[in-house]
Design a protein around this ligand. Structure first.
Ligand code: GAL
Length: 448
């Protein structure tokens, strides 16, 4: 029997002619295949092809993508449990995370190696020069441990060979400079805390975190943005300071809740066209907000978008590679480490898509805890497209000054693990990988 509801497989096109749906479908499929083909060709022939080549043929790059495993043995529990205690609380196996969080763990030196193994770029290191040892204490040019947690770097045009890492502690925001990214000179406190005025944002018992500095080409000023809070984290604001020099002194201007929203972990990002953006965790850290700054970088504009809504991400570190924006974030577990995620977007204002966990090597716990650290910043390396330094902090909540730096190579190459929603299943975007290494150094071609 004829089904009167059956949809016709042909429908009228131009006056009188009939196009079959299958022709349209095949044309579309052909178009998509062509698109895919061109994207593959451009990946091979274009800049990203060259990057692939650099990465696989350069021996020092090859070392960077080698997967290095960690095999850390959890020590047996100390002392025998009394039979009564064993009955009361059944024994739970200790995990590496328990050991990391336990200040008295026998493995403390594994996560927080002491002064004996400190990296001292001023001493004759022979073949060990320029090596980063993630987690070890790192000394400045005067032999003091570098204090630059939660910082960022501004490698501006005028300062392409100079880098500045900035941090906060109770004394204020400090600044270090380097020409080789290994030897760091302490430039002193560039934004001092307020000693006596308790109503001041910078009063020494308040909180100042994640300071970031960018240079404004139009005004010729260095502008610092930071997370400003009270000791209970209820103020949830951003602060702005300004200076004529990257090494300060910075004048503190004001704080505010950007776009009227609470703001905690934050970063700023200066795009190629000179427009800078503020990215901050908001709505009680349940989502991120992103919006352009005014052209003098001293305020937010009234444009803002909510991104990663309901995902509870923080510690954003944003970078751009071949026109695509990438952002590493952490989950929200305070100072305790958790799993990093990478997100990517074609437009910085979104939509942003998840690309999964970028961490490779170490062991499973390392990968699920971002190598026991939290993202802070991603540094592009002039002349080495596709290679970045991933800067993270291994927090020591008991004594934040005793936190450690985890710097690792971040490489953008190869197809993404998961097809992205807006790309019809084609992995047009590259995978972002952060490789664990006990020790590593930048390729010799990059020498500042
Ligand atoms: C973390 C955040 C840090 C700091 C800390 C305070 O989640 O990333 O920047 O704010 O919480 O507990």
């Amino acid at each position: 029997m004829r089904n009167k509801y059956k949809k016709p497989t042909t429908f009228p096109c131009n006056a009188g002619s009939k196009c079959s749906v299958s022709i349209i479908v095949w044309t579309l499929a052909g178009f998509l295949l062509l698109l895919h083909f061109f994207s593959l060709v451009s990946h091979k022939d274009g800049t990203s092809g060259e990057i692939e080549l650099h990465i696989s043929h350069n021996p020092s790059f090859r070392e960077l993508v080698e997967v290095e495993e960690e095999n850390i043995q959890i020590p047996p529990p100390r002392g025998k449990r009394s039979p009564r205690a064993a009955k009361r609380r059944p024994k739970r196996t200790t995990t590496l995370i328990d050991e990391f969080l336990d200040e008295n763990s026998q493995l403390r030196h594994v996560f927080f190696p002491d002064m004996k193994t400190a990296i001292d770029p001023m001493k004759d290191n022979g073949n060990d020069s320029f090596y980063y040892y993630p987690g070890r204490i790192w000394l400045d040019t005067e032999g003091a441990p570098i204090q630059a947690h939660g910082g960022g770097q501004d490698i501006g045009i005028a300062y392409s060979i100079e880098a500045f890492a900035i941090l906060v502690d109770i004394i204020g925001v400090g600044c270090y400079s380097s020409k080789d990214m290994w030897t760091w000179k302490n430039e002193g406190i560039v934004l001092a805390a307020e000693e006596t005025n308790e109503t001041h944002d910078l009063y020494k018992l308040n909180v100042l975190e994640r300071p970031k500095v960018i240079y404004n080409d139009r005004t010729g000023k260095y502008v610092m943005w930071m997370h400003i809070d009270d000791c209970n984290y209820t103020k949830a604001a951003v602060g702005v300071a300004i200076s004529d020099y990257p090494t300060g002194p910075f004048d503190y201007l004001y704080s505010k809740r950007p776009h009227g929203f609470d703001s905690r972990d934050m970063t700023i990002f200066k795009d190629d066209d000179g427009v800078a953006y503020l990215v901050y965790s908001s709505e009680d850290n349940s989502e991120l907000h992103i919006g352009p700054l005014t052209s003098d970088y001293l305020d937010v504009s009234n444009v803002v978008r909510r991104i990663l809504v309901g995902q509870h991400r923080e510690a954003p570190a944003l970078f751009k590679h071949l026109g695509t924006y990438y952002m590493v974030t952490s989950g929200c577990t305070g100072w305790a480490p958790n799993e990093a995620l990478v997100h990517a977007a074609e437009s910085i204002m979104g939509p942003w898509e998840d690309m999964g966990n970028p961490c490779i090597g170490g062991n499973k716990v390392f990968r699920l805890t971002t190598f026991f650290a939290q993202s802070t910043y991603v540094i592009p390396l002039a002349g080495l497209p596709g290679l970045y330094i991933f800067m993270a902090d291994r927090w020591n909540p008991a004594d934040l000054r005793e936190s450690r730096y985890i710097w690792l190579p971040l490489i953008v190459r190869g197809p993404a693990d998961r097809p992205l929603e807006y790309n019809f299943g084609f992995p047009l975007w590259s995978r972002v990988s952060i490789y664990w290494h006990k020790k590593w150094r930048l390729p010799s071609r990059w020498s500042g």
